[in-house]
Design a protein. Sequence first.
Length: 183
Amino acid sequence: MTEPQPPKPHLHPHPTAHGYPIPPPRRGADWMFGGVYGTVLASGLLAALDQKGGEYTPFYDASWVLVTAATAGLAHGYSHHMASHQAGSAGHRWRLLVRALWNEWPMIAAALPTVLLLLIAGIAGWESYGVTAVGLGLNTALLFGWGAFVAVRVGYRIGSALLIGLADATIGLAIIVANALIK
């Protein structure tokens, strides 16, 4: 007969702090998701805010792109926090909420090229059609860059990464086509 073995200590699947589970940090490419999402959001807003025959207001449009990106980031972070809500002290829950909200900064940062373009357009007096066309083209190129960069970062070979970048750029092209058809 074999001698009984002492029980193995229970290993927690997640690390804890003060008895409460700590959510795992975002993987390398997870923060880049916000870049793609923010760029698509900025493209959609740029296309929607440019009304044919309407008054062109680039400073107003820039503020709405920024406010919408920030609000979407906050809503996205809050919903992630609530979906993974964990027991614990109020202080612990607040720290987790702050971390979830902070993790959404890439969405806001990805909208900044569009905001900057609109601010420059307002200062330089550029026409709305040209600004929208340049902005949508720029954002499509950024989507290609985000897709290819993320793919390389997570381990895809360069050929596959370029195809993934092309797939992301297709989202930007779809917004350009929709903008042309709707207006």
